[in-house]
Ligand binder design. Structure first.
Ligand code: GRF
Length: 209
């Protein structure tokens, strides 16, 4: 598969996927990295790894991408023949053109055990809620933010005296592992993605292997 990775910031998940592709753990390749933020460190990181990386300027700064801005992203993904869109710290909400172009073919990783702590600052909210276990979730993206079918999860303990930074780092290490493993499972057909997606009625199923 040709992967298109969307980023807004640091890019450590993107880098983990690029590395897994480079060392043969993934047969897919990262065809392009796109960011809504021109100065996102992730863009420089991708270029240094030899991966095409582009800033996609958006007309509106609102969290939800307008149609024309979504169209611009989709146009670049199509230009690089992307089959699977991978959100990795992309801080915008996708507009309808994404779901029309890539129904059931968009993944996201979220640093909580969904459905708990959807939305922003999940690690801080997990600490505030006093949970003893947190983690990360890879899911299919639908128009309802952080609500698509769950493909994989990994849990980590919340330790006595944890800070947001310490918990986030513990979760992040699992993110890098579980995101690569999920893409690998999709490559092998162990996780299949199918369905429409625009109304959130998308189906995903797991194989037994
Ligand atoms: C990760 O914690 C991811 O789960 C969340 O945003 C963060 C991105 O980190 N969606 P990075 O840019 O991949 O380092």
């Amino acid at each position: 598969m040709n992967l298109g990775v969307l980023v807004s910031g640091r890019g450590s998940n993107m880098a983990a996927i690029v590395k897994a592709s480079a060392d043969g753990r993934l047969s897919s390749r990262v065809a392009v990295v796109l960011s809504d933020v021109a100065e996102a460190p992730a863009l420089a990181l991708a270029r240094a790894a030899g991966v095409p990386a582009e800033h996609v300027a958006t007309a509106s700064a609102r969290p939800k991408l307008r149609r024309e801005d979504s169209d611009r992203f989709v146009g670049r993904l199509r230009a690089f023949d992307v089959d699977l869109v991978v959100l990795a710290g992309f801080m915008r909400i996708l507009g309808r053109p994404f779901f029309e172009a890539y129904p059931g073919r968009i993944l996201n990783i979220h640093p909580s055990l969904l459905p708990d702590f959807r939305g922003l600052d999940p690690q801080r909210r997990a600490l505030e809620a006093g949970v003893r276990v947190s983690g990360c979730t890879v899911h299919v993206v639908t128009p309802r933010v952080d609500e698509g079918p769950i493909l994989a999860q990994a849990s980590v303990p919340v330790l006595e005296g944890d800070t947001v930074e310490a918990l986030s780092a513990r979760i992040l290490a699992e993110e890098h592992r579980v995101y690569v493993e999920t893409i690998r499972a999709i490559e092998r057909g162990d996780v299949s993605l199918s369905g429409g997606g625009i109304d959130g009625s998308l189906e995903s199923s797991r194989g037994n292997a």
